[in-house]
Design a protein around this ligand. Structure first.
Ligand code: SF4
Ligand code: SF4
Length: 220
């Protein structure tokens, strides 16, 4: 084997990259080209799979957030930077909705575990990264309303995942509707059978009843 071939190949790659750095359109994000850009004036186009801090997703209105405050993400978050308190109704009964959903972004390590463990597709990793602030408590402790973002936003930053999640949710909704319908029909059939049995029982009881004897006339 020719000695120094690897070195020559490496030098060739370095030379090609050097030439490309003058010919490539800056900020194009072209694959194989050098990726240095003049940030913040220049930015690479957002790439799918890029992840940073989590956000809570909602469908139509902010009240329709998917989170049911099950606390799974908070329990599984490695640095425990998620804090959730369930909303309660007038009787004080806990509801499937967070009254408080805080994430301390100074502690979050961008691992994405909260997204992976959420069984309700309610929390996803965002592309947002320019959140630096010196006010650690007021600006970097994100509350529920700061974390809310639309499903459209999710589709914009992660179109493939957005489609996949929508399909999964639509299938689950359809399966649930079918299950509810089957349960409703079974309950109706059961109620009808019960009513029929009661009606038959009442008829039998009426037939078995001895005829009433005529009252003896009052001898006066
Ligand atoms: S984001 Fe998901 S895992 Fe976390 S509390 Fe809400 S529903 Fe549960
Ligand atoms: S990304 Fe990781 S560290 Fe950050 S909130 Fe989610 S689970 Fe916690």
């Amino acid at each position: 084997m020719f000695f120094g071939l690897g070195i020559l190949r490496g030098m060739n790659i370095t030379l090609m990259n050097f030439i490309r750095s003058y010919t490539r359109k800056r900020g194009s994000g072209e694959i194989g080209a050098l990726t240095t850009v003049q940030y913040p004036e220049e930015r690479l186009p957002e790439k799918e799979k890029f992840r940073n801090f989590p956000f809570l997703i909602y469908d139509d209105k902010p009240e329709d957030l998917r989170c049911v405050a099950c606390d799974i993400c908070a329990q599984d978050c490695p640095p425990r930077c998620i804090y959730i308190v369930k909303e309660t109704d007038e009787a004080g009964k806990p509801m499937k909705k967070p009254a408080v959903f805080d994430i301390d972004f100074t502690v979050c390590m961008n691992c994405g575990i909260c997204e992976e463990v959420c069984p309700f597709d309610a929390i996803f990793m965002d592309h947002e990264f320019e959140i630096a602030d010196s006010d650690r408590h007021d600006k970097l402790l994100y509350h529920r309303d700061d974390l809310l973002k639309t499903n459209e936003h999710f589709h914009k930053i992660r179109p493939n995942d957005g489609r996949e999640v929508d399909t999964r949710l639509a299938e689950a909704k359809e399966a649930k509707a079918k299950k509810d319908e089957a349960r409703k029909k079974a309950a109706e059939a059961k109620a009808a059978a019960k009513a029929k049995a009661e009606a038959e029982k009442a008829t039998e009881a009426k037939e078995d009843k001895p005829p009433e004897t005529e009252k003896e006339s009052d001898p006066q």
